[in-house]
Design a protein around this ligand. Structure first.
Ligand SMILES: Nc1ncnc2c1ncn2[C@@H]1O[C@H](COP(=O)(O)OP(=O)(O)OP(=O)(O)O)[C@@H](O)[C@H]1O
Ligand SMILES: [Mg+2]
Length: 305
């Protein structure tokens, strides 16, 4: 299965959350491949803690592959190449966790027949090799979004299951932007339909993820004054109302990830050691990521809302 990770704005938590989802699925036994299609600013290597990926991706990253300058994109085996002490010990029963990095000096490019073909070839090959392929797309209505909409509209990809996650933060601007990226005039749905996707079918494979959501009831905010607390709760209510009027309400939300202090400070994978041993990360974050990872392939959450 392919999962496309999109967001309208930058800095939404798209890459860090998607990388954590890939990690959770690999822990659960799936063979997972993470593709960094954020050609302008690839970051996945840092999140997975694989500094060598920068070298590997110097001129063999996904950007070079798609524009025809590399025959095969570089692959990084995260379990063996990471510098992260905990990740280096591959847990028994886990699946493969492979990163295909973006080129260090990549950049956006318009889709041509040639690079579209290479994109389709790659996605088809990976789909038969891995259980799950997570594709981190550049923010906004990018060339990367256009390319995968085009690729998945082709008949040869019709047998490949593809789902979309649209990430946004929990603010008025982010809610409106995420809705517009999907349902707006030149949004994902319109762009897909223009390329031959069936509108209803495409809408049914798009879900939203709310990232870095502050929970006014959580211990993190227990020190705020009663006035601040009341204000936060009111904002939260207003945002839920706004999301629902923008058409991205509860029934289309695959999950929410709470604001996590560790991720606020550092782009990384949250391991069980961070939660149980050093206790630097919140249990709620781990649980939310784990639940979200499970829902990616749980059809119950992808039925027509
Ligand atoms: N749940 C969270 N709580 C707190 N901070 C978070 C959370 N998720 C992500 N972040 C932080 O938010 C910042 C932006 O996240 P990330 O880089 O994943 O966003 P992005 O949408 O991929 O951005 P870009 O468009 O620039 O690639 C990072 O510093 C990340 O660690
Ligand atoms: Mg990113």
């Amino acid at each position: 299965m392919l999962v496309f990770a999109a967001s309208d704005k930058g800095g939404t938590g798209r890459s860090v959350t998607s990388a954590n989802l890939a990690y959770h699925r690999a822990l659960a036994g799936d063979d997972v491949c993470y593709l960094d299609f954020d050609f302008g600013s690839p970051t996945a290597a840092a999140v997975f803690d694989v500094p060598d990926a920068r070298q590997a991706a110097e001129d063999r990253g996904l950007h070079s592959y798609l524009i025809g300058e590399a025959a095969e994109p570089a692959r990084i085996d995260v379990w063996s190449d990471t510098e992260h002490r905990v990740l280096r010990t591959r847990p028994p029963g886990s699946g493969r966790l492979v990163l295909m990095p973006g080129d260090v000096s990549g950049g956006e490019f318009a889709t041509t027949d040639d690079n579209l073909r290479r994109c389709v070839d790659l996605l088809l090959r990976l789909n038969s090799e891995f259980d799950l392929i997570i594709v981190d797309l550049s923010a906004g209505r990018s060339y990367a979004v256009d390319m995968v909409l085009e690729a998945t509209s082709l008949r040869e990809m019709s047998g490949v299951e593809a789902r979309w996650l649209v990430f946004h933060r929990w603010t008025r601007q982010h809610v409106a932007a995420a809705a517009s990226l999907v349902f707006g005039k030149r949004g994902i749905v319109a762009g897909g339909v223009a390329r031959g996707h069936d509108e209803e079918a495409l809408r049914n494979v798009i879900r939203f993820v709310r990232a870095a959501v502050p929970d006014p009831e959580s211990a993190l905010w227990s020190q705020v004054s009663p006035t601040q607390s009341a204000w936060m709760r009111e904002c939260d209510r207003d945002l839920k109302q706004l999301a629902s009027t923008q058409g991205i309400g509860y029934s289309l939300v695959l999950g929410s990830v709470p604001l996590e202090p560790v991720l606020q400070w550092r782009e990384q994978l949250i391991t069980d050691e961070d939660v149980l041993d050093s206790q630097i990360a919140n249990r709620e974050t781990w649980d939310a990521l784990s639940e979200l990872a499970g829902r990616l392939t749980d059809d119950k959450f992808w039925e027509q809302p």
